[in-house]
Design a protein around this ligand. Sequence first.
Ligand code: 8Y4
Length: 260
Amino acid sequence: MGVLNVTPDSFSDGGRFIQRDAALRQAQRMLDDGAAIIDVGGESTRPGAAPVSCQQECDRVLPVVEALVRELGALVSVDTSTAEVMREAAGLGAGLINDVRALRRPGALEAAAATGLPVCLMHMQGEPGTMQEAPRYADVVDEVVDFLAARMAAAEAAGIPADRLLLDPGFGFGKTDAHNLRLLAKLPRFGDLGRPLLVGLSRKSMIGRITGRPVEERLAGSISLALMAAERGAHILRVHDVRETVDALALLQATREHED
Ligand code: 8Y4
């Protein structure tokens, strides 16, 4: 899964076309490099980022979803927690709902069910603005597994069958480095929930803290964590650097073909 950056639109219509074309070019490159899915989001989950209105989110995300589907025929994942964005994106041909709030916003369960689309349920402790202030768990693996099991049950009760769900421990979302590393070490536990696992580790701040690298120098760290996650059972990797990650996965796959 390739991450598509959708930067806030400028007010001029000219700017809007330029941004749409830039998004299409970036997405086409990721598809050429081997991405199967393009993830498009319009809400920043960075600490301190301003909350985005439903209107702003629709304006940013929907034109890009429409262009990716119509012009590139891409499998588009819409990174949203907003019921209206889910409905509209599905109508434009999106193929997956990626919700970092695991359908906890009002109306999200019902909207996602109505689309009939697969949904990725991600764990997050707290809300983006404050989640990194003091993350606390008795046992991070038990708590995240239990949370995802409970959200699977809520989704099923709302009419989303389990075979339409993907699960994600939510690396970096209300977690210290120790929590993230423990979740990665124990990733096979999440496989026991019986659904495909999606993980996002690409360029995240844990890599910066452990390696001392700024965000633009985290490629080696990102590939390393992607490979570790794949080794431990991750099915879908949400990444910025598609070509390099696909190379690493080709080597993992080639090695697996020599196991007995
Ligand atoms: C540098 C680059 C530093 C990126 C931080 C970040 C996930 C996700 C995000 C994830 C799923 C991010 C939308 C955060 N992360 N969706 N979204 N799983 N399913 N931060 O891990 O990339 S945004």
